[in-house]
Write a protein that binds this ligand. Structure first.
Ligand SMILES: O=C(O)[C@@H](O)[C@@H](O)[C@H](O)[C@H](O)CO
Ligand SMILES: [Mg+2]
Length: 403
């Protein structure tokens, strides 16, 4: 059985920061895990370097569950985004190794394919409704059958999800947190107009999604859900800050618009109340921030009992290693819903050559043994780490608000 002989971190910044864990075994097999936590990358790097890697050396790489429990219970201080991202990186790398040793793609180790491919959604954003619709039409013509819509808010200089003119969308945009200004009233006026225009332009054969990004109170989220019902959204995401899981009951009482939440969740305990009370329809927890494939499977199994489906986070600050792992996961579980797909830049894809592919609105992880993604270390080295923070958000009166 392969034993772990070394593990190291590769921090690279091909346009944005990524932290990757590479584990090597005595038989030469290596595995990769994504350890990227946007805006707090070096916290995870230190947790792995200083507290996890020393405990891995000499362990049997195949004992994934035992190592997971060792890193979770053995830390004493359980859960949290830094800890669970670090555990996720180890977990992904060990599944990668197990697949390579078995000569099988990871989805075959997880029970095999439960579908032909994973339905994905992409992002259409624009400073105006017209720009957003034009982008959405372009993505539909590229083959996407699910599109997330985010547009600028008249009267606000910027808003979540909308790229600066002529640039790719990258929220971690400054050496210290940039500040944006928010107005719920102005926002609530424009989103129904956006969806009305989108249905007018795109018709009904495309799924339309929207990310509220934690910014509404429960009753405001209920109002948005009701206002959007005529346009049948696939979901509204992060409608209200989800530490307050019970708040979703109030939203539920007012609207049938499907609710998705969980990209910032890092364990099953963040989602248990929401799922067991059917307060949500999609759980967005993802491989890299929720403890890896081992833990995410537990979350998906709990969700399946309550007819909650997965809708994993898949933004560009999750590396191609997570994208690959998410597709193996999504292909294999019974209650897959949809997978977010924000294509990485060409420079990122060159650092992380991979086998996953997009075709006709769906993605497939490919059939290479393991996760099917590697890292070009020489190229990675040419992109040094550059500190970057996510923005902070304030109301027009200066109150610090959810970004
Ligand atoms: O649904 C999404 O993709 C967003 O919520 C993310 O882009 C999120 O803002 C970033 O991942 C934060 O790093
Ligand atoms: Mg989101």
């Amino acid at each position: 059985m392969p034993k772990i002989v070394s593990a190291r971190l590769i921090v690279t910044s091909p346009g944005r920061n990524f932290v990757t864990l590479k584990i090597e075994c005595d038989d030469g097999t290596t595995g990769l895990g994504d350890a990227t936590l946007n805006g707090r990358e070096m916290a995870v790097a230190s947790y792995l370097q200083d507290h996890v890697i020393p405990c891995l050396i000499g362990r049997e790489a195949h004992r994934i569950e035992d190592i997971w429990q060792y890193l979770y219970k053995g830390a004493y201080w359980r859960r949290g985004p830094v800890t669970m991202t670090a555990i996720a990186a180890v977990d992904m790398a060990l599944w990668d190794i197990k697949g390579k040793v078995a000569g099988l793609p990871v989805y075959q180790l997880l029970g095999g394919a439960a579908r032909e491919g994973c339905l994905v959604y992409c992002h259409a954003n624009g400073t105006s409704i017209e720009d957003t619709i034009a982008t959405a039409i372009r993505h539909r013509d590229e083959g996407y059958s699910a599109i997330r819509l985010q547009c600028g808010v008249p009267g606000l200089a910027s808003t979540y999800g909308v790229a600066k003119a002529g640039q790719r969308y990258e929220p971690a945009d400054a050496d210290l947190p940039s500040e944006s200004v928010w107005s719920t009233e102005k926002y609530l006026r424009v989103v129904p107009e956006l969806f009305a225009a989108a249905r007018e332009a795109l018709g009904w054969d495309v799924h339309l999604l929207h990310d509220v990004h934690h910014r509404l109170t429960p009753i405001e989220a209920a109002r948005l859900g009701k206002d959007l019902e005529p346009y049948r959204p696939f979901w509204i995401e992060d409608a209200t800050p989800a530490e307050d899981q019970e708040a979703f009951r109030l939203i539920r009482q007012h609207t049938t618009t499907p609710l998705a939440v969980g990209e910032i969740f890092n364990s099953i305990w963040d989602a248990k109340h929401l799922i067991e009370n059917r307060l949500i329809d999609y759980i967005r927890a993802t491989v890299v921030h929720a403890g890896g494939l081992t833990h995410l499977r537990q979350i998906a199994s709990l969700a399946d009992l309550y007819q909650v489906r997965t809708g994993c986070h898949g933004a560009t600050d999750l590396s191609p290693v997570t994208m690959a792992a998410a597709l193996h996961f999504g292909l294999s579980i019974p209650n897959f819903g949809i997978q977010e797909h924000m294509p990485h830049t060409d420079e990122t894809d060159a650092v992380f050559p991979h086998h996953y592919r997009f075709e006709d609105g769906m993605m497939h992880p490919g059939d290479a043994p393991g996760l099917g993604v590697e890292i070009d270390e020489a190229l990675a080295e040419t992109y040094p780490y550059k500190r970057a923070y996510l923005p902070v958000n304030r109301l027009e009166d200066g109150t610090l608000w959810s970004w």
